[in-house]
Design a binder for this molecule. Structure first.
Ligand SMILES: Nc1ncnc2c1ncn2[C@@H]1O[C@H](COP(=O)(O)OP(=O)(O)OP(=O)(O)O)[C@@H](O)[C@H]1O
Length: 356
């Protein structure tokens, strides 16, 4: 397994990129730990697959270098990089048996038959296809074929990293959950470096130790699920993670005072917003208390979602979502308070710290 260094990577698909918008991937400069499980999360078109393909060697970056354990592999092919990849759709040999499909990557590298047999049987068990070992792959369902693809990605233990590009798209919802848990278990057991592309936050948050959130060709935050929830670095992370997403409201910051419409909040620090063209206050719906104390809101509607309620309201001329317990009382003249430690101030979309 390897530590992966992305050294000032940029990529444009067209020739002669002139401005930032010509780049599918803007500056990416990070180091990913050996044995880490990373999920690349972001909306369609944000550059996830481009970055994954740069790591695997399918795409040559326009600028920058990629290193495995400090060794420059930018000019090496996928095969030379010793990477296993699982794509969105099955990549298997229809005429081979399920067993031979799984054995193929091992036999290809000259692994001895007893070891091939041990690994293949282990993987067959994991993907729940032990009873199908001698069946030809042709005629299996799309779901079963994708499980074989997944198994082929996992069968070798000597790879530098395993890369997954939305591998569970064609798998039915229950099996998705099972396979995701197994991947996690396998990661714990063998310590593979894994990179997993998805646009599904549940998939990313349950699979990864570190989630890499991408937006518009950039990595906007790398963090544990808790860090992304509690301290989003960028407004996009706030919107994208959580349901409903974080509330953001235009705010005017003057020293410790934050003004939103006619309301003023006083923080215990002065946020560093000098020079910003847009400043916002961010607060997650889970950290707003509703009751008779605090700042007035107008309740628009209340959605019952089982053990919780989502209150949709208007606050200082802006929409505000609040999550409360199912039995919380919502007074007719409702007011809100914000949990002070959960408030974030954002300048031009980026979270800011205190004024020096
Ligand atoms: N081969 C290509 N040639 C030209 N432009 C491309 C190519 N592949 C991707 N792009 C563009 O690069 C940008 C990033 O695409 P990429 O596929 O990396 O995003 P993604 O986050 O993986 O999206 P998705 O979830 O839809 O796969 C998009 O604007 C896309 O249109």
């Amino acid at each position: 397994m390897a530590r992966i260094t992305l050294d000032h990577i940029r990529h444009a698909y067209g020739p002669n990129p002139k401005s930032e918008k010509d780049y599918a991937l803007r500056e990416v400069d990070h180091e990913w730990n050996d044995g880490g499980a990373y999920a690349l999360l972001g909306p369609s078109g944000c550059g996830k697959t481009t970055l994954l393909n740069i790591i695997s060697g399918l795409v040559q970056p326009s600028h920058g270098r990629i290193l495995f354990d400090g060794k420059d592999v930018t000019d090496l092919s996928t095969q030379q990089r010793n990477i296993a990849q699982v794509f969105q759709f099955p990549v298997i040999y229809d005429t081979m048996t399920v067993y031979d499909n799984l054995a193929f990557p091992l036999r290809n590298r000259g692994v001895a038959e007893p070891e091939v047999d041990r690994r293949v049987r282990e993987i067959l068990e994991m993907i729940d296809l032990s009873g199908w070992a001698n069946r030809r792959a042709r005629g299996l369902t799309a779901d079963q074929k994708q499980k074989i693809s997944l198994g082929r990605g996992l069968v070798r233990s000597d790879v530098n990293a395993i890369l997954f590009d939305e591998p569970l798209t064609v798998i039915d919802p229950h099996m998705k959950w099972v396979l995701r848990s197994q991947l996690k278990r396998l990661h714990k057991q063998f310590g593979f470096t894994m990179v997993y592309v998805t646009h599904d936050q549940t998939e990313a948050l349950t699979f990864a130790d570190k989630v890499v959130v991408m937006y518009d060709g950039e990595i906007v935050q790398i963090g544990t699920p808790a860090e992304l929830f509690e301290r989003p670095s960028h407004t996009f992370v706030g919107y994208f993670i959580g349901s409903p997403g974080m509330n953001f409201m235009p705010a005017r910051v003057e020293g410790n005072a934050v003004r939103m419409g006619g309301e003023t909040l006083t923080l215990d620090y002065a946020p560093k917003t000098t020079g910003a063209t847009k400043t916002e206050l961010g607060i997650r719906p889970e950290f707003i208390r509703i009751g008779r104390e605090g700042m007035p809101i107008t309740v628009i509607k209340v959605e019952d979602i089982g053990r919780l309620k989502i209150v949709r309201a208007q606050f200082a001329g802006q929409p505000l979502a609040i999550v409360t317990s199912e039995d919380a009382e919502i007074p007719s003249e409702a007011r809100v308070t914000f949990e002070p430690t959960a408030i974030g101030i954002y300048a031009d979309s980026w979270r800011v710290g205190r004024e020096a």
